[in-house]
Design a protein around this ligand. Structure first.
Ligand SMILES: [Zn+2]
Ligand SMILES: [Zn+2]
Length: 156
């Protein structure tokens, strides 16, 4: 699935889980649950049948930079400053399962490859539910709208 979907959905999941955490729970627990929500959202969305990038190499790399830049701006721009660290945290962990692939490519460290493989065991499993590029962008927009509404009214 495209990077912006994982980033936006990761941030939205880290934010969404906060709504179910008792008010008195401390910030560390909130971030740990946000981490879990970010990774789980990646696994869940990658489990759907989905269109992959149709470009490779330098074209893919350039596209990723633009996509990540636009998504960062959309998620963080104008957000309540108090919520920014949590949103960045959610985006990061929502991207980690795929970042492990690049971490292995660049460092050659096997454990990154293993982590990537484990987190993608259910990749593309639900083939009956196929998510094309347009729908992936739609999901991204919905996640950003949710973040923009909730991150401006929530603070902890
Ligand atoms: Zn995929
Ligand atoms: Zn993935």
């Amino acid at each position: 699935m495209i990077a912006s979907t994982h980033l936006a959905v990761g941030a939205a999941s880290a934010l969404l889980i906060q709504e179910y955490i008792p008010v008195k729970w401390d910030i560390k627990t909130r971030y740990i649950l946000g981490l879990g929500a970010g990774i789980l959202s990646h696994i869940a969305f990658d489990s759907l049948g989905h269109a992959e990038y149709s470009v490779q190499g330098i074209a893919l790399f350039s596209l990723l930079w633009v996509e990540v830049g636009v998504t960062l701006l959309a998620v963080l721009g104008f957000s309540n400053r108090v919520m920014m660290p949590l949103l960045m945290w959610g985006m990061f962990w929502g991207a980690v399962p795929d970042l492990l692939y690049f971490a292995h490519e660049f460092t050659g460290i096997k454990v990154f490859e293993l982590g990537h493989a484990i987190l993608h065991l259910t990749h593309g499993w639900l083939i009956t539910l196929y998510v094309n590029h347009a729908t992936q962008i739609g999901i991204t927009v919905c996640a950003i709208v949710y973040i923009r509404i909730r991150a401006s009214t929530t603070a902890f």
